[in-house]
Design a protein around this ligand. Structure first.
Ligand code: ZN
Length: 273
């Protein structure tokens, strides 16, 4: 696991096991708040040990940027911590998450100890603001990757933990392409010092605009490909030849899952358009 101090009292964690998934911690006066958990229990536990033993502060709160397993299933490894999320995140975890965890734990021993902890505090409109030590955290809706996606903006540092709203290759998992565009516009207007993607590297100030524009260009490209395939009444298989490179992104992103995500985007749009 990689650990980096991004700013005073703000830390970033990145998995070396699962798709470069990231998480964060903001340290307050008497407690710390975790932004997302990591995919594998052992890495979430390593993150907790770092906060509690190296930084010497207990974790009292967690923010889940969305309901996906690789960001929220580690909640249970912070016993007694209260969880914040969008209200649709809670609903999704309650409806599909419990069954998904049961199915995963059946064939993967690592998840035998995992229990789903549903968010305790949720919001559905506007922003939710939290004071952590001297820092003001603003939780804002940034849907598109999923309907429940939120980002965490740290006002004083101009750092944004964007969850999966920003990825090296945009991924419309259970969200919407136009909502993703709107979220990217919103993020681009924040004048960020650091943009933390849900997977991948930390993006620095000078690169933020370029990455956002690259993601917007990619969305336009996949939309036009799918429209053309449908106009020509071609079957869904016709999408396969439109590889990620033809849409301006590289397949080496995210330890090789990039092409898979890209093909999934094309199929999702084919069904939606
Ligand atoms: Zn996700």
């Amino acid at each position: 696991m990689q650990i980096e101090r991004i700013s005073e009292n703000v830390y970033w964690f990145q998995s070396e096991i699962y798709a470069q998934v990231t998480a964060g911690v903001v340290v307050g006066t008497h407690w710390a708040i975790v932004i997302d958990t990591l995919a594998m229990p052992e890495e979430t536990l390593e993150m907790r040990r770092y906060v509690e033993e190296e930084l010497n502060i207990p974790v009292r709160y967690i923010i889940n940027t969305h309901h996906h397993a690789d960001h929220s299933w580690g909640n249970c490894f912070f016993p007694g911590a209260y969880v914040f999320a969008h209200d649709r995140c809670r609903a999704e975890m309650a409806s599909s998450g419990i069954k998904a965890l049961e199915a995963t734990a059946e064939h993967d021993q690592q998840f035998k100890q995992t229990k789903l902890v549903l968010p305790h505090f949720t919001f559905s409109k506007g922003n939710l603001e939290l004071q952590v030590g001297k820092k003001n955290l603003k939780l804002m809706a940034t849907p598109g990757h999923s309907f429940d996606s939120i980002s965490v903006f740290i006002d004083e540092d101009r750092i944004l933990f964007a969850g999966d709203a920003v990825l090296p290759v945009p991924f419309i998992a259970d969200g919407d392409i136009n909502q993703m565009r709107q979220s990217l516009y919103l993020i681009n207007n924040l004048s960020l010092e650091n943009l933390i993607q849900g997977h991948g590297e930390v993006i620095l100030r000078g690169e933020v605009q370029e990455i956002i524009e690259s993601n917007l260009t990619y969305l336009d490209k996949i939309e036009s490909i799918v429209k053309e395939v449908k106009q020509n009444r071609q079957p869904i298989e016709a999408l396969k030849k439109h590889t990620i490179e033809t849409c301006g992104k590289s397949r080496i992103f995210l330890n090789g899952v990039a092409e898979e995500l890209h093909q999934s985007n094309l199929r999702t749009l084919y069904h939606l358009l």
